[in-house]
Ligand binder design. Structure first.
Ligand code: AMP
Length: 471
Protein backbone atom coordinates (compact mmCIF):
# COMPACT_ATOMS: atom_id res chain seq x y z
CA UNK A 1 0.00 0.00 0.00
CA UNK A 2 1.24 3.47 -0.91
CA UNK A 3 -0.37 6.46 0.84
CA UNK A 4 -0.56 8.11 -2.59
CA UNK A 5 -3.02 5.45 -3.80
CA UNK A 6 -5.24 5.95 -0.77
CA UNK A 7 -5.33 9.73 -1.34
CA UNK A 8 -5.82 9.44 -5.10
CA UNK A 9 -8.65 7.01 -4.41
CA UNK A 10 -10.52 10.00 -2.99
CA UNK A 11 -9.98 12.24 -6.03
CA UNK A 12 -13.23 12.99 -7.87
CA UNK A 13 -14.21 10.61 -10.71
CA UNK A 14 -14.40 13.69 -12.91
CA UNK A 15 -10.80 14.85 -12.67
CA UNK A 16 -11.61 18.16 -14.35
CA UNK A 17 -13.03 19.25 -10.97
CA UNK A 18 -10.90 21.88 -9.21
CA UNK A 19 -8.47 20.95 -6.44
CA UNK A 20 -7.17 24.50 -5.90
CA UNK A 21 -9.13 27.73 -6.10
CA UNK A 22 -6.66 30.60 -6.31
CA UNK A 23 -7.48 34.10 -5.10
CA UNK A 24 -7.09 35.57 -8.61
CA UNK A 25 -9.92 33.31 -9.83
CA UNK A 26 -7.65 30.72 -11.47
CA UNK A 27 -8.19 27.02 -10.73
CA UNK A 28 -5.99 23.94 -10.77
CA UNK A 29 -7.87 20.72 -11.46
CA UNK A 30 -7.40 17.28 -9.98
CA UNK A 31 -6.31 16.14 -13.47
CA UNK A 32 -3.46 18.67 -13.38
CA UNK A 33 -2.52 17.69 -9.83
CA UNK A 34 -2.42 14.02 -10.74
CA UNK A 35 -0.41 14.66 -13.90
CA UNK A 36 2.03 16.90 -12.02
CA UNK A 37 2.60 14.25 -9.34
CA UNK A 38 3.22 11.59 -12.02
CA UNK A 39 5.75 13.82 -13.83
CA UNK A 40 7.60 14.60 -10.63
CA UNK A 41 7.64 10.95 -9.55
CA UNK A 42 9.07 10.04 -12.99
CA UNK A 43 11.65 12.81 -12.75
CA UNK A 44 12.74 11.70 -9.28
CA UNK A 45 13.19 8.13 -10.53
CA UNK A 46 15.24 9.41 -13.43
CA UNK A 47 17.41 11.35 -10.95
CA UNK A 48 18.17 8.04 -9.25
CA UNK A 49 15.84 8.40 -6.26
CA UNK A 50 15.14 4.95 -4.83
CA UNK A 51 12.35 3.94 -2.47
CA UNK A 52 13.28 5.07 1.02
CA UNK A 53 15.54 7.91 -0.17
CA UNK A 54 14.76 11.29 1.35
CA UNK A 55 13.69 14.19 -0.86
CA UNK A 56 13.93 17.59 0.84
CA UNK A 57 11.86 20.64 0.00
CA UNK A 58 12.40 24.14 1.30
CA UNK A 59 10.26 26.49 -0.72
CA UNK A 60 7.38 28.92 -0.45
CA UNK A 61 3.90 27.45 -0.34
CA UNK A 62 2.62 26.65 -3.84
CA UNK A 63 0.63 24.15 -5.89
CA UNK A 64 3.94 22.91 -7.29
CA UNK A 65 5.10 22.15 -3.76
CA UNK A 66 2.00 19.99 -3.23
CA UNK A 67 2.71 18.19 -6.51
CA UNK A 68 6.23 17.52 -5.25
CA UNK A 69 4.85 16.08 -2.02
CA UNK A 70 2.57 13.72 -3.93
CA UNK A 71 5.28 12.89 -6.47
CA UNK A 72 7.69 11.93 -3.68
CA UNK A 73 5.08 9.61 -2.15
CA UNK A 74 4.33 8.08 -5.50
CA UNK A 75 8.02 7.40 -6.15
CA UNK A 76 8.19 5.60 -2.80
CA UNK A 77 10.62 8.19 -1.41
CA UNK A 78 10.47 9.98 1.96
CA UNK A 79 9.23 13.57 1.99
CA UNK A 80 11.30 16.00 4.04
CA UNK A 81 9.65 19.44 4.22
CA UNK A 82 11.54 22.29 5.84
CA UNK A 83 10.26 25.60 7.17
CA UNK A 84 10.86 28.22 4.49
CA UNK A 85 12.17 30.58 7.19
CA UNK A 86 15.11 28.33 8.14
CA UNK A 87 18.50 29.93 7.62
CA UNK A 88 21.41 28.35 5.79
CA UNK A 89 23.10 26.95 8.95
CA UNK A 90 19.78 25.46 10.08
CA UNK A 91 19.23 23.84 6.69
CA UNK A 92 22.81 22.52 6.77
CA UNK A 93 21.97 20.68 9.98
CA UNK A 94 18.88 19.01 8.49
CA UNK A 95 20.65 18.09 5.27
CA UNK A 96 23.56 16.62 7.18
CA UNK A 97 21.18 14.70 9.44
CA UNK A 98 18.68 13.41 6.87
CA UNK A 99 21.05 12.99 3.88
CA UNK A 100 18.43 13.64 1.20
CA UNK A 101 19.20 12.33 -2.29
CA UNK A 102 17.48 15.39 -3.81
CA UNK A 103 16.90 18.77 -2.20
CA UNK A 104 14.49 21.18 -3.88
CA UNK A 105 14.64 24.92 -3.21
CA UNK A 106 12.56 26.17 -6.14
CA UNK A 107 9.33 24.20 -6.54
CA UNK A 108 8.32 25.92 -9.81
CA UNK A 109 11.66 25.25 -11.49
CA UNK A 110 11.68 21.62 -10.33
CA UNK A 111 8.16 21.11 -11.62
CA UNK A 112 9.11 22.63 -14.98
CA UNK A 113 12.14 20.31 -15.29
CA UNK A 114 9.92 17.35 -14.48
CA UNK A 115 7.72 18.06 -17.51
CA UNK A 116 10.39 16.49 -19.68
CA UNK A 117 10.41 13.22 -17.72
CA UNK A 118 8.45 10.05 -18.42
CA UNK A 119 5.55 10.12 -15.98
CA UNK A 120 5.37 7.41 -13.35
CA UNK A 121 1.87 6.04 -13.83
CA UNK A 122 1.73 3.48 -11.05
CA UNK A 123 2.81 4.32 -7.50
CA UNK A 124 5.74 2.28 -6.15
CA UNK A 125 4.40 -0.36 -3.74
CA UNK A 126 5.22 0.28 -0.08
CA UNK A 127 4.64 -1.61 3.14
CA UNK A 128 2.64 0.02 5.92
CA UNK A 129 5.77 0.40 8.01
CA UNK A 130 7.81 2.02 5.22
CA UNK A 131 8.53 5.69 5.77
CA UNK A 132 6.53 8.33 3.93
CA UNK A 133 7.82 11.46 5.62
CA UNK A 134 10.44 12.81 7.96
CA UNK A 135 9.19 15.78 9.97
CA UNK A 136 11.64 17.77 12.02
CA UNK A 137 9.83 18.92 15.13
CA UNK A 138 9.43 22.64 15.42
CA UNK A 139 12.17 22.95 18.00
CA UNK A 140 10.80 25.55 20.40
CA UNK A 141 12.84 23.52 22.87
CA UNK A 142 16.00 21.49 22.40
CA UNK A 143 17.61 20.20 19.24
CA UNK A 144 15.39 19.30 16.28
CA UNK A 145 14.68 15.63 15.79
CA UNK A 146 13.25 13.99 12.68
CA UNK A 147 9.98 12.22 13.45
CA UNK A 148 9.60 9.23 11.10
CA UNK A 149 6.05 8.79 9.83
CA UNK A 150 5.11 5.67 7.90
CA UNK A 151 2.62 5.22 5.06
CA UNK A 152 0.43 3.21 7.46
CA UNK A 153 0.50 5.85 10.22
CA UNK A 154 -0.43 8.71 7.89
CA UNK A 155 -3.13 6.64 6.19
CA UNK A 156 -4.69 5.69 9.52
CA UNK A 157 -4.79 9.28 10.72
CA UNK A 158 -6.13 10.62 7.43
CA UNK A 159 -9.04 8.15 7.42
CA UNK A 160 -9.87 8.84 11.07
CA UNK A 161 -9.96 12.63 10.58
CA UNK A 162 -11.87 12.50 7.33
CA UNK A 163 -14.57 10.58 9.17
CA UNK A 164 -14.44 12.44 12.50
CA UNK A 165 -14.91 15.85 10.88
CA UNK A 166 -17.54 14.68 8.39
CA UNK A 167 -15.76 15.70 5.19
CA UNK A 168 -17.71 15.24 1.93
CA UNK A 169 -17.13 16.20 -1.73
CA UNK A 170 -19.32 19.24 -1.09
CA UNK A 171 -16.80 20.75 1.31
CA UNK A 172 -14.41 23.53 0.41
CA UNK A 173 -11.44 23.97 2.74
CA UNK A 174 -9.94 27.39 3.37
CA UNK A 175 -6.21 26.60 3.35
CA UNK A 176 -4.07 29.43 4.74
CA UNK A 177 -1.61 27.31 6.78
CA UNK A 178 2.03 26.67 5.87
CA UNK A 179 2.68 23.26 4.29
CA UNK A 180 6.04 22.50 5.92
CA UNK A 181 4.23 21.43 9.10
CA UNK A 182 1.91 18.45 9.77
CA UNK A 183 -1.13 20.71 10.25
CA UNK A 184 -1.25 22.28 6.78
CA UNK A 185 0.45 19.34 5.06
CA UNK A 186 -1.15 16.15 6.37
CA UNK A 187 -4.19 17.19 8.36
CA UNK A 188 -5.55 19.67 5.84
CA UNK A 189 -4.47 18.16 2.51
CA UNK A 190 -5.36 14.58 3.37
CA UNK A 191 -8.91 15.48 4.46
CA UNK A 192 -9.38 17.40 1.21
CA UNK A 193 -7.93 14.70 -1.07
CA UNK A 194 -9.90 11.89 0.56
CA UNK A 195 -13.06 13.90 -0.15
CA UNK A 196 -12.08 14.95 -3.67
CA UNK A 197 -13.03 18.46 -2.59
CA UNK A 198 -11.47 21.79 -3.57
CA UNK A 199 -9.46 24.20 -1.42
CA UNK A 200 -9.39 27.97 -1.36
CA UNK A 201 -5.62 28.15 -1.60
CA UNK A 202 -3.94 31.10 0.11
CA UNK A 203 -0.15 31.47 0.33
CA UNK A 204 -0.60 32.67 3.91
CA UNK A 205 -3.11 34.31 6.24
CA UNK A 206 -3.90 37.70 4.72
CA UNK A 207 -6.98 39.28 6.31
CA UNK A 208 -8.69 40.48 3.14
CA UNK A 209 -8.12 37.19 1.29
CA UNK A 210 -9.34 35.09 4.19
CA UNK A 211 -12.40 37.29 4.47
CA UNK A 212 -13.15 36.75 0.76
CA UNK A 213 -12.36 33.03 1.01
CA UNK A 214 -14.87 32.48 3.81
CA UNK A 215 -17.71 33.20 1.42
CA UNK A 216 -16.65 30.26 -0.77
CA UNK A 217 -15.58 27.79 1.92
CA UNK A 218 -17.22 25.40 4.36
CA UNK A 219 -14.30 24.45 6.65
CA UNK A 220 -11.29 26.36 7.94
CA UNK A 221 -8.34 24.83 9.74
CA UNK A 222 -6.30 27.30 11.70
CA UNK A 223 -3.88 27.96 14.50
CA UNK A 224 -5.28 30.05 17.39
CA UNK A 225 -3.72 33.25 16.01
CA UNK A 226 -5.93 32.91 12.91
CA UNK A 227 -8.95 33.19 15.18
CA UNK A 228 -7.65 36.15 17.17
CA UNK A 229 -6.87 37.87 13.88
CA UNK A 230 -10.35 37.21 12.54
CA UNK A 231 -11.87 38.58 15.74
CA UNK A 232 -9.69 41.69 15.60
CA UNK A 233 -11.24 42.48 12.22
CA UNK A 234 -14.59 44.30 12.54
CA UNK A 235 -15.51 43.02 9.08
CA UNK A 236 -15.61 39.49 10.45
CA UNK A 237 -19.29 39.14 11.29
CA UNK A 238 -21.91 36.45 11.68
CA UNK A 239 -22.83 36.97 8.00
CA UNK A 240 -19.21 36.49 6.91
CA UNK A 241 -19.11 33.14 8.69
CA UNK A 242 -22.56 32.05 7.52
CA UNK A 243 -21.27 29.86 4.65
CA UNK A 244 -19.00 27.87 6.97
CA UNK A 245 -19.93 24.62 8.70
CA UNK A 246 -16.77 24.11 10.74
CA UNK A 247 -13.85 26.07 12.23
CA UNK A 248 -11.05 23.85 13.56
CA UNK A 249 -8.17 25.02 15.76
CA UNK A 250 -4.95 23.37 16.84
CA UNK A 251 -1.14 23.38 17.06
CA UNK A 252 -1.26 25.61 20.15
CA UNK A 253 -3.77 26.11 22.96
CA UNK A 254 -6.89 28.09 22.08
CA UNK A 255 -7.67 30.67 24.74
CA UNK A 256 -11.08 30.21 26.33
CA UNK A 257 -11.69 33.91 25.74
CA UNK A 258 -11.13 33.41 22.00
CA UNK A 259 -13.58 30.52 21.96
CA UNK A 260 -16.19 32.61 23.82
CA UNK A 261 -15.70 35.73 21.72
CA UNK A 262 -15.90 33.68 18.54
CA UNK A 263 -19.16 32.11 19.62
CA UNK A 264 -20.62 35.47 20.58
CA UNK A 265 -19.63 36.94 17.20
CA UNK A 266 -20.62 34.08 14.89
CA UNK A 267 -22.85 31.73 16.87
CA UNK A 268 -20.37 28.94 16.08
CA UNK A 269 -18.20 26.95 18.47
CA UNK A 270 -14.61 26.38 17.34
CA UNK A 271 -13.65 22.71 17.29
CA UNK A 272 -10.32 22.31 19.06
CA UNK A 273 -8.13 19.31 18.48
CA UNK A 274 -4.66 18.29 19.70
CA UNK A 275 -1.79 16.88 17.72
CA UNK A 276 1.95 16.81 17.24
CA UNK A 277 4.51 15.95 14.58
CA UNK A 278 5.03 12.54 16.20
CA UNK A 279 1.41 11.43 15.88
CA UNK A 280 -0.39 13.96 13.64
CA UNK A 281 -3.78 14.23 15.41
CA UNK A 282 -4.33 12.59 18.78
CA UNK A 283 -7.61 13.96 20.18
CA UNK A 284 -10.48 16.03 18.88
CA UNK A 285 -13.60 17.65 20.20
CA UNK A 286 -16.65 16.04 18.63
CA UNK A 287 -18.31 17.21 15.41
CA UNK A 288 -21.67 16.28 16.92
CA UNK A 289 -21.62 16.80 20.63
CA UNK A 290 -20.11 19.16 23.14
CA UNK A 291 -17.13 21.25 22.08
CA UNK A 292 -15.82 22.44 25.40
CA UNK A 293 -13.41 25.39 25.62
CA UNK A 294 -10.17 24.45 27.35
CA UNK A 295 -10.54 20.76 26.45
CA UNK A 296 -8.99 19.08 23.41
CA UNK A 297 -11.72 16.43 23.28
CA UNK A 298 -11.53 12.66 22.96
CA UNK A 299 -8.82 10.34 21.60
CA UNK A 300 -9.42 9.54 17.93
CA UNK A 301 -10.53 5.98 17.18
CA UNK A 302 -7.44 3.77 17.27
CA UNK A 303 -5.54 6.01 19.70
CA UNK A 304 -4.94 4.53 23.15
CA UNK A 305 -4.34 7.38 25.58
CA UNK A 306 -3.49 7.38 29.27
CA UNK A 307 -2.03 9.69 31.88
CA UNK A 308 1.40 8.58 33.14
CA UNK A 309 2.25 8.45 36.85
CA UNK A 310 -0.02 8.06 39.83
CA UNK A 311 -1.49 11.54 40.08
CA UNK A 312 -4.63 12.80 38.37
CA UNK A 313 -2.51 15.10 36.23
CA UNK A 314 0.55 13.76 34.43
CA UNK A 315 2.26 13.28 31.09
CA UNK A 316 -0.06 12.20 28.29
CA UNK A 317 1.02 8.83 26.86
CA UNK A 318 -0.25 7.43 23.57
CA UNK A 319 -0.11 4.23 21.55
CA UNK A 320 -1.64 3.20 18.25
CA UNK A 321 -1.16 2.75 14.51
CA UNK A 322 -0.81 6.49 13.80
CA UNK A 323 2.05 7.06 16.24
CA UNK A 324 5.44 7.70 14.59
CA UNK A 325 8.12 5.03 14.19
CA UNK A 326 10.84 6.86 16.14
CA UNK A 327 13.35 9.68 15.70
CA UNK A 328 15.59 9.50 12.67
CA UNK A 329 18.95 7.94 13.54
CA UNK A 330 18.36 8.45 17.27
CA UNK A 331 17.54 4.99 18.65
CA UNK A 332 18.53 5.97 22.20
CA UNK A 333 16.47 9.14 22.22
CA UNK A 334 13.55 7.15 20.76
CA UNK A 335 13.84 4.48 23.46
CA UNK A 336 13.82 7.16 26.18
CA UNK A 337 10.57 8.61 24.89
CA UNK A 338 8.64 5.31 24.98
CA UNK A 339 7.48 3.39 28.05
CA UNK A 340 8.36 -0.29 28.52
CA UNK A 341 4.87 -1.24 27.31
CA UNK A 342 5.14 0.79 24.12
CA UNK A 343 3.44 4.11 24.88
CA UNK A 344 4.96 7.31 23.51
CA UNK A 345 5.42 9.97 26.21
CA UNK A 346 4.20 13.12 24.51
CA UNK A 347 5.71 15.59 26.97
CA UNK A 348 2.33 17.29 27.24
CA UNK A 349 0.85 17.34 30.73
CA UNK A 350 -2.85 16.80 31.17
CA UNK A 351 -5.69 14.86 32.70
CA UNK A 352 -8.55 12.73 31.43
CA UNK A 353 -12.17 12.60 32.59
CA UNK A 354 -13.77 9.20 33.26
CA UNK A 355 -15.62 9.48 29.93
CA UNK A 356 -12.31 9.91 28.08
CA UNK A 357 -12.24 13.68 27.53
CA UNK A 358 -8.73 15.16 27.66
CA UNK A 359 -7.53 18.47 29.12
CA UNK A 360 -4.01 19.78 28.54
CA UNK A 361 -2.37 21.81 31.27
CA UNK A 362 1.02 22.49 29.74
CA UNK A 363 4.31 21.01 28.62
CA UNK A 364 6.37 18.89 31.02
CA UNK A 365 9.42 20.89 29.98
CA UNK A 366 7.66 24.13 30.98
CA UNK A 367 7.35 22.96 34.56
CA UNK A 368 8.87 25.50 36.96
CA UNK A 369 10.45 24.34 40.19
CA UNK A 370 10.54 27.26 42.60
CA UNK A 371 11.83 26.71 46.12
CA UNK A 372 11.35 22.97 45.60
CA UNK A 373 7.69 23.32 44.67
CA UNK A 374 6.29 22.40 41.25
CA UNK A 375 4.55 25.27 39.50
CA UNK A 376 2.52 24.57 36.36
CA UNK A 377 2.60 27.73 34.22
CA UNK A 378 -0.83 27.04 32.71
CA UNK A 379 -2.46 27.33 36.15
CA UNK A 380 -0.99 30.80 36.64
CA UNK A 381 -1.79 31.82 33.06
CA UNK A 382 -5.44 30.90 33.54
CA UNK A 383 -5.63 33.16 36.63
CA UNK A 384 -3.91 36.04 34.84
CA UNK A 385 -6.05 35.69 31.70
CA UNK A 386 -9.19 36.12 33.81
CA UNK A 387 -8.05 39.48 35.23
CA UNK A 388 -9.77 42.58 33.88
CA UNK A 389 -7.99 44.08 30.89
CA UNK A 390 -5.65 41.11 30.36
CA UNK A 391 -5.54 39.76 26.82
CA UNK A 392 -2.98 37.04 27.22
CA UNK A 393 -0.10 35.84 29.36
CA UNK A 394 2.88 33.50 29.33
CA UNK A 395 4.51 32.28 32.53
CA UNK A 396 8.12 31.07 32.64
CA UNK A 397 10.73 30.20 35.26
CA UNK A 398 14.09 31.97 35.24
CA UNK A 399 17.12 31.53 37.50
CA UNK A 400 16.59 32.90 41.01
CA UNK A 401 19.33 33.06 43.68
CA UNK A 402 17.10 31.81 46.53
CA UNK A 403 14.43 29.71 44.88
CA UNK A 404 16.34 28.06 42.04
CA UNK A 405 13.74 29.33 39.62
CA UNK A 406 11.53 32.38 40.05
CA UNK A 407 8.10 32.67 38.45
CA UNK A 408 7.88 35.46 35.86
CA UNK A 409 4.67 36.40 34.05
CA UNK A 410 4.80 38.14 30.70
CA UNK A 411 1.45 39.82 30.20
CA UNK A 412 -0.44 41.73 27.53
CA UNK A 413 -2.78 44.05 29.45
CA UNK A 414 -4.63 47.33 29.04
CA UNK A 415 -2.59 50.08 30.70
CA UNK A 416 -5.60 51.78 32.32
CA UNK A 417 -6.47 48.67 34.32
CA UNK A 418 -3.04 47.94 35.70
CA UNK A 419 -0.71 50.81 36.41
CA UNK A 420 2.21 48.72 37.64
CA UNK A 421 3.16 45.15 38.34
CA UNK A 422 2.71 45.47 42.12
CA UNK A 423 -1.07 45.71 41.87
CA UNK A 424 -1.26 42.67 39.61
CA UNK A 425 1.13 40.64 41.77
CA UNK A 426 -1.04 41.49 44.80
CA UNK A 427 -4.12 40.25 42.94
CA UNK A 428 -2.35 36.98 42.01
CA UNK A 429 -1.43 36.50 45.67
CA UNK A 430 -5.07 36.72 46.59
CA UNK A 431 -5.83 33.82 44.25
CA UNK A 432 -2.71 31.68 44.33
CA UNK A 433 -0.37 30.21 46.93
CA UNK A 434 2.65 32.51 47.40
CA UNK A 435 5.08 30.05 45.78
CA UNK A 436 2.96 30.02 42.61
CA UNK A 437 2.44 33.77 42.38
CA UNK A 438 4.64 35.59 39.90
CA UNK A 439 7.55 37.33 41.58
CA UNK A 440 7.80 39.69 38.65
CA UNK A 441 5.32 40.69 35.95
CA UNK A 442 6.50 42.21 32.70
CA UNK A 443 4.02 44.03 30.47
CA UNK A 444 4.49 43.64 26.73
CA UNK A 445 2.53 44.43 23.56
CA UNK A 446 3.10 41.05 21.95
CA UNK A 447 4.32 37.54 22.78
CA UNK A 448 6.97 35.95 20.51
CA UNK A 449 5.44 33.14 18.44
CA UNK A 450 6.70 30.68 15.86
CA UNK A 451 5.05 30.07 12.50
CA UNK A 452 2.49 27.71 14.05
CA UNK A 453 1.35 30.24 16.61
CA UNK A 454 3.16 28.67 19.56
CA UNK A 455 4.50 31.06 22.18
CA UNK A 456 8.29 30.71 22.19
CA UNK A 457 8.92 30.39 25.91
CA UNK A 458 12.60 29.70 25.31
CA UNK A 459 12.93 33.27 23.98
CA UNK A 460 11.13 34.64 27.03
CA UNK A 461 13.43 32.67 29.35
CA UNK A 462 16.43 34.16 27.54
CA UNK A 463 15.02 37.66 27.52
CA UNK A 464 14.16 37.73 31.22
CA UNK A 465 16.90 35.38 32.41
CA UNK A 466 18.65 38.14 34.38
CA UNK A 467 15.61 39.49 36.19
CA UNK A 468 16.59 38.07 39.57
CA UNK A 469 20.34 38.33 39.15
CA UNK A 470 22.01 40.08 42.06
CA UNK A 471 25.30 41.95 42.08
P1 AMP B 1 4.33 20.20 16.72
O1 AMP B 1 5.04 18.90 16.77
O2 AMP B 1 5.18 21.32 16.23
O3 AMP B 1 3.07 20.08 15.95
O4 AMP B 1 3.95 20.61 18.20
C1 AMP B 1 3.15 19.75 18.96
C2 AMP B 1 2.79 20.37 20.28
O5 AMP B 1 1.88 21.45 20.10
C3 AMP B 1 2.08 19.43 21.20
O6 AMP B 1 2.95 18.54 21.84
C4 AMP B 1 1.39 20.39 22.14
O7 AMP B 1 2.29 20.85 23.14
C5 AMP B 1 1.04 21.56 21.23
N1 AMP B 1 -0.36 21.53 20.83
C6 AMP B 1 -0.90 21.11 19.66
N2 AMP B 1 -2.25 21.26 19.67
C7 AMP B 1 -2.58 21.77 20.88
C8 AMP B 1 -3.80 22.15 21.51
N3 AMP B 1 -4.96 22.06 20.89
N4 AMP B 1 -3.72 22.62 22.77
C9 AMP B 1 -2.56 22.72 23.42
N5 AMP B 1 -1.38 22.40 22.88
C10 AMP B 1 -1.38 21.93 21.62
Amino acid sequence: MNLYDLLAGGFPADRSQPAFLMSDGAEVSYAELEAGAAQIAGHLRALGVKPGDRVGLQAEKSVDAVMIYLGVLKAGAVFLPLNSAYTRPEVDYFVHDAQPRVFVTDAQAFRAEADAADPLVKAIARAETDLAALIYTSGTTGRSKGAMLSHGALAENALALHKAWGFTPDDVLLHALPIFHVHGLFVALHCVFLSGAPMVWLPKFVDAEVMAGLAKSTVMMGVPTFYTRLLANPEFTRERAAHMRLFISGSAPLLESTFAEFEARTGMRILERYGMSEAVIITSNPLDGDRIPGSVGYPLPGVELRIGGDAETGVIEIKGPSVFSGYWEMPEKTAQEFTADGYFMTGDVGRQDPDGRVWISGRAKDLIISGGYNVYPKEIELVLDELAGVTESAVVGVPHPDFGEGVVAVVIAAKDHWGDEAAMIAECRRQLAPYKSPKRIVFVDELPRNAMGKVQKNLLRDRYGDLFKTG
